[in-house]
Write a new protein. Structure first.
Length: 164
């Protein structure tokens, strides 16, 4: 199952990178509007907290131990939370920068308000997909390593381990 471990590490690195990008872009916006009412910034604060939690969990679960696969329920919950953040940010943008996934005419000249928000939304979506893929990989790994026997589940022995 070295392939599953490798794929899991790649997903965790992608989750870490995407969460860091969202945290940076969203944090820059929160810093720019630091005197605004916190109720108006609720969706951005939610996204920032979610990005911080994702960074923490991705670092903790980055190491390729078999125990990292049993966290698939948490991966699924975080994936749903990222999809919620994606929806909240798309709703906040509300077509003011054009269609959300229309990347024509984006420039990087330093005043990148629309470009910044489209990048934040895109990386939030990519993060949600990576967390969902981690959950699916975890479900696959857990199902593969436990099998029903007389209504009970047991952990399969490795072929090189003796029962003596």
């Amino acid at each position: 199952m070295i392939l599953a471990d490798l794929f899991s590490m790649i997903l965790r690195l992608a989750e870490l990178a995407f969460a860091a990008i969202v945290a940076g872009l969203n944090g820059e916006y929160l810093h720019a509007v630091r005197n605004a009412d916190s109720w108006q910034l609720g969706r951005h604060i939610y996204t920032e907290v979610l990005a911080g939690l994702s960074i923490l969990l991705a670092i903790i679960w980055l190491f390729p131990f078999s125990g990292s696969f049993i966290h698939w329920p948490a991966d699924f919950v975080i994936s749903v939370a990222w999809f919620v953040a994606f929806g909240l940010l798309v709703d906040w943008l509300n077509g003011s920068c054009g269609y959300v996934f229309d990347w024509d005419g984006i420039n990087f000249n330093g005043t990148a308000s629309c470009s910044q928000w489209k990048a934040t939304i895109a990386f939030a979506f990519l993060s949600a997909i990576c967390w969902l893929a981690s959950a699916i990989l975890g479900i696959y790994w857990v199902r593969r390593h436990t099998a029903p026997v007389d209504g009970a589940y047991y952990r399969r022995r490795r072929w090189y381990r003796s029962t003596v």
